[in-house]
Design a protein around this ligand. Structure first.
Ligand SMILES: C[S@@+](CC[C@H](N)C(=O)[O-])C[C@H]1O[C@@H](n2cnc3c(N)ncnc32)[C@H](O)[C@@H]1O
Length: 199
């Protein structure tokens, strides 16, 4: 059932991409991470718990939408955070929400492309991105994240990484918005960058 839903979501991504005028991922082009679909608040909390986020962490959300993961990591867990988002309006909304939550001094939102981001200071990375993007992002995560950094992905796995944990549950909010509440979270641990000469 879940495998069928994953396939349907992946196909939806493939179908949406050309219609939204997005890169197809062939040649030198990078695939698109997908449209803005916010992670429900309950799922946000489960992702941060799964990563064991605490005050010593710096959480990067790649494709940060309205900033909810980064803001919640700071507000509830005392972490620092960085959101990378290409949509200027969402970045503005994130900054306003951070001020409202009184965490603006601990979080930063950068308008830009995920592939341009420097991930070397992240101790936790959160993701809710389409499968083709996950595939292209994998070597960047491996090459830039410090050893032991945790990566938590919502619904779409990093296919070539060994899973540390996987949890699945139903989200009522997702059911209402997407027509299915089935949710999977994947936890990974970064191995640390390989020496440049072996890449
Ligand atoms: C499914 S939404 C997830 C939003 C947020 N992370 C959350 O979980 O609520 C994906 C987000 O990634 C952004 N995005 C997709 N591709 C991107 C790219 N290459 N660079 C920056 N942002 C990107 C989209 O604009 C969108 O806001």
């Amino acid at each position: 059932m879940i495998a069928r839903r994953q396939t349907l979501l992946a196909l939806l991504g493939l179908w949406l991409a050309p219609r939204l005028g997005l890169a197809g991922g062939s040649g030198a082009e990078m695939p698109d991470g997908g449209p803005y679909v916010p992670t429900p608040q309950l799922v946000v909390e489960r992702m941060l718990e799964l990563a064991g986020v605490g005050p010593d962490d710096t959480v990067y959300d790649l494709g940060s939408g309205d900033g909810r993961l980064v803001i919640e990591a700071a507000r509830r867990h005392g972490a620092r955070g960085v959101g990378i988002e290409r949509d200027a309006l969402l970045v503005e909304r994130s900054q306003a929400a951070a001020a409202e939550a009184r965490v603006a001094d601990r979080v930063r939102f950068i308008r830009g492309d995920i592939f341009e981001a420097d991930l070397r200071r992240a101790s936790v990375v959160t993701l809710y991105l389409l499968p083709a993007m996950m595939l292209h992002l994998s070597p960047k995560l491996r090459d830039e994240l410090p050893a032991g950094a945790r990566v938590v992905s919502h619904d779409f796995p990093l296919e070539d990484w060994p899973q540390e944990r996987m949890v699945q549950f139903e989200s009522e909010e997702k059911e209402q918005n997407l027509g299915t509440g089935a949710t999977q979270l994947f936890l990974y641990r970064a191995p640390g960058p390989r020496p440049a000469e072996t890449r």
